[in-house]
Design a protein around this ligand. Structure first.
Ligand SMILES: Nc1ncnc2c1ncn2[C@@H]1O[C@H](COP(=O)(O)OP(=O)(O)O)[C@@H](O)[C@H]1O
Ligand SMILES: Cc1ncc(COP(=O)(O)O)c(N)n1
Ligand SMILES: [Mg+2]
Length: 500
């Protein structure tokens, strides 16, 4: 294969959003919000700038629209060279720019088009005049996968009918859907007298009300841009539309809450902080869901060992959590699906009574059916990106990795941690290459995700693994040293004392 073909294939693998929007000098909305959102969501973002605003926390002081020919040049530069998965639009300030965009998109097919029909900013400034409306209605909306108007913009798209309630938002979503886009999200951030921030999503068949408590903050400048670019980022990673919208709503809520008391600028509407995930314990703002410290003593069950000692999976799991296991994975290679499911439900009850998360090895169907905390997948199982789409943003996903490249891909795919090994030779897994402490260290250093070491680890060597001195090595995963022994409780206690 030629270098060019290999380059093109590598390019296609990196989730990529192109934002076509205006610049906000204050850095809270527009292109700047889109870049920050994609960065926070771990997606590459290229940009085509349509206008430059002089803007701050008090409002918009000036606006300079770029000539449509130069917008066309920027679009061509990006799309003719790079593999863009999703295009997200923000401020499209002239009818000719809308036309240039829709013509260009016909030449360069993409996976999805996300249109935030920016017309009026949160500060009340008119960013886009009425002449552009015809362009939206005739050119852009029919090719749009999701359009995300706020209540004022929804009203403009529908010729001026005011929206005053959630019920009006439902009606508007349906009417806007009739204009051509495949999905509609009417955002209710500015709905008066509403205790919650309610958005209405309509996919052409069903309505969903996405509801979150309203954060009492002045820092809501850029929420609309952020929501749309987060949807675009999740779509680029392979999420379904509904799951992308839910993730985006969750992201906005978490970011607003995290930065509610931040003060930047003297005006009425401040920006918020997109990078909370970097600040709250390394990897995830979804703290209540996954805590990397839970990887400390990771117990993995084994059906053959349970058979040998004549105990049920539930008995084995109970002993392990009593002994101090901090996370449990059930790994059943030869059980009937229904038996596996029943056992998983029983283990889930036990684990949750100790506040310990339970993961299912390989079987996404079983994890979904028993509402487990997540899954662990190997390199030949369902890809992590698809697992994320199927399980949604809340579940924990771990991936077995033997190389820095696999670790990188796991991060791109939206995994939460990686399992790395076999560190030492082991009999639990046939034909498993041993990577040694050196291999483990190399992968840890390359990995942006927390790591749990696995493979032949027990009382004799757990300490040297934990003393490797890499900050993202959060724990050891153990099979035989717990479940291959007579008293799981004692073995777990001893190992727990050694690693903590
Ligand atoms: N104070 C708030 N608390 C929680 N969510 C909010 C708040 N303000 C806006 N949102 C959410 O932010 C997103 C953007 O909505 P909105 O502010 O209505 O759009 P725009 O920024 O385009 O005017 C929506 O998901 C909305 O529910
Ligand atoms: C350049 C630019 N684009 C978009 C918005 C909308 O901001 P919001 O997301 O708060 O409605 C803005 N204020 N400036
Ligand atoms: Mg807003």
């Amino acid at each position: 294969m030629s270098v060019r073909v290999l380059q093109a294939e590598a390019d296609m693998k990196i989730p990529h959003v192109l934002s076509v929007a205006g610049s906000d000098s204050g850095g809270g909305a527009g292109i700047q919000a889109d870049l920050k959102t994609c960065g926070a969501r771990r997606v590459y973002c290229s940009t085509v700038i349509t206008a430059v605003t002089a803007q701050n926390t008090a409002g918009v002081q000036g606006l300079n629209i770029l000539p449509e020919d130069f917008v066309a040049d920027q679009l061509h530069s990006v799309l003719s060279d790079m593999h863009v998965h999703v295009v997200k639009t923000g401020m499209l300030p002239s009818l000719n720019i809308v036309k240039v965009l829709s013509q260009t998109l016909r030449k360069f097919p993409i996976k999805a088009l996300v249109v935030d029909p920016v017309m009026i900013s949160t500060s009340g400034d008119v960013l886009v005049g009425p002449s552009v409306l015809a362009g939206f209605l005739e050119e852009l909306l029919p090719m749009t996968d999701i359009v995300t108007p706020n209540i004022k913009e929804a009203s403009v798209l529908l010729g001026g009918v005011p929206l005053k309630s959630v019920s009006d938002m439902h009606t508007a979503a349906k009417l806007i859907h009739d204009l051509g886009p495949r999905n509609v999200l009417v955002k209710g951030g500015d709905l008066p007298n509403s205790l919650d921030a309610i958005d209405v999503f309509f996919d052409g068949e069903d309505f969903y009300e996405l509801c979150s408590p309203r954060v009492n903050t002045r820092n809501s400048h850029g929420t609309g841009c952020t929501l749309a670019s987060c949807i675009a980022a999740e779509l680029a990673k392979g999420s379904s539309m509904l799951s992308a919208v839910k993730t985006a709503k969750h992201f906005i809520q978490a970011a607003l809450d995290y930065s509610r008391d931040m003060t930047i600028g003297n005006g009425a509407q401040g920006p918020f902080d997109h990078f909370l995930a970097l600040k709250i314990n390394q990897s995830s703002y979804r703290q209540n869901r996954f805590n990397p410290n839970d990887l400390l003593l990771y117990a993995v069950t084994d059906s053959a060992m349970n058979r040998k000692w004549d105990r049920s999976i539930a008995e084995a799991v109970k002993a392990a959590v009593e002994g101090g296991a901090t996370i449990v994975q059930i790994r059943e290679k030869d059980a009937e699906t229904r038996d596996f499911l029943e056992a998983a439900k029983e283990c889930l009850k036990i684990c949750h009574s100790y506040g310990v998360p339970l993961l299912i090895n390989d079987r996404i169907d079983v994890a979904l059916a028993c509402d487990a905390d997540g899954v662990h997948v190997g390199q030949s199982d369902v890809p992590a990106r698809l697992a994320r789409t199927l399980l949604g943003p809340e579940k924990i996903i771990g991936v077995s990795c033997k190389t820095p490249e696999q670790a990188h891909q796991a991060w791109i795919d939206g995994a939460d941690y990686i399992g790395c090994g076999g560190v030492y030779p082991t009999n639990t897994k046939a034909n498993n290459r041993t990577i040694g402490l050196e291999g483990l260290k190399e992968i840890c250093l390359a990995s942006k995700l927390p790591v749990v070491a696995i493979g032949g680890i027990g009382l004799s060597n757990a300490r040297e693994v934990m003393e490797l001195g890499v900050p993202n090595l959060n724990g050891v995963a153990v099979v035989s040293a717990l479940f291959g022994r007579e008293c799981i409780l004692t073995e777990t206690r001893n190992l727990h004392a050694l690693v903590s």
